[in-house]
Design a protein around this ligand. Structure first.
Ligand code: ADP
Ligand code: MG
Length: 251
């Protein structure tokens, strides 16, 4: 469905020799990883393997111990980098949606546009309404988050991230906190986003999504990338025992 971009295109996300240590616990080591514009990468791996930490290093929510990360030509790991500029390129969606409870859905999607990007209220509103339409929630613009289902709240969180016009979207288990019947509507929005050409790095246990949407699957264990490749290779015919064991559990 998606086309793999030509191999000579410069990566939009590049990680070289990433290492992250918490205290005396090495959480990530020898991570080398590049994502090309428009590519969709699904990251799989057991709990504690370092998936969230890797995403958090990419958008500088964590400082790295060593190694380099470059996003859209901006070095994340250079202390001189203005992290606000970096984060304008990156949208992130977490397991927990963290919407502002006392703001309406529309206000949730408008707020950062006005504060961070300095957009006018009218511009922010126009963009927010367009995105709420895209995630199928125009009718909920004036509702408060608490009145929405978890799936609807996560779709608002996706719209809110997209409102910043990111170059890359990072998803950290976006459906893990949802009741099973609400997972599909969120995956459908993500699939549509993938089809629109967005560059995406998605941590998920949804193997069906990986199979359908990913250009590449990366399997992590023990803070390292153990195996990566096209989804049909890695999912149907994993080379590493650890990948096989993991897949046997989640499939
Ligand atoms: P995953 O997302 O794959 O479940 P994480 O990246 O959340 O894994 O965690 C990887 C390891 O790093 C775990 O052992 C976790 O306990 C540890 N870890 C994560 N964040 C911190 C932190 N802020 N301080 C100390 N240890 C952490
Ligand atoms: Mg995690």
């Amino acid at each position: 469905m998606t086309t793999t971009p030509a191999a000579d295109i410069r990566p939009i996300v590049e990680i070289r020799g990433l290492k992250k240590v918490f205290g005396d616990h090495t959480v990530l080591e020898h991570i080398d990883f590049a994502v090309r514009p428009g590519e969709k990468v699904v990251v799989l791996g057991p709990s504690g393997s370092g998936k969230s930490t890797m995403l958090r290093c990419i958008n500088a929510l964590e400082t790295v111990t060593s190694g380099e990360i470059v996003v859209n030509g901006v070095s994340v790991t250079d202390p001189k980098t203005n992290l606000n500029v970096l984060r304008e390129h990156l949208g992130m969606v977490f397991q927990r949606f963290n919407l502002w409870p006392h703001k309406t859905v529309l206000e949730n999607v408008m707020l950062a546009q006005e504060i961070v990007l300095g957009r006018s209220k009218a511009d922010a509103k126009a963009r927010a309404l367009k995105l709420l339409d895209k995630v199928g929630l125009s009718a909920k613009a004036d509702a408060y988050p608490a009145s929405l289902s978890g799936g609807q709240q996560q779709r608002v969180a996706i719209a809110r991230a997209l409102a910043m016009d990111p170059k890359v979207m990072l998803f950290d288990e976006p459906t893990s906190a949802l009741d099973p019947e609400l997972v599909g509507e969120v995956l459908a929005v993500m699939k549509k986003l993938a089809e629109s050409g967005m560059t995406m790095i998605v941590v998920t246990h949804e193997i069906g999504f990986a199979r359908e949407v990913a250009d590449r699957v990366v399997f992590m264990d023990g803070g390292r990338i153990v195996e990566e490749g096209q989804p049909d290779e890695v999912l149907a015919n994993p080379k590493e025992e650890r990948t096989r064991t993991f897949l046997a559990r989640v499939l």
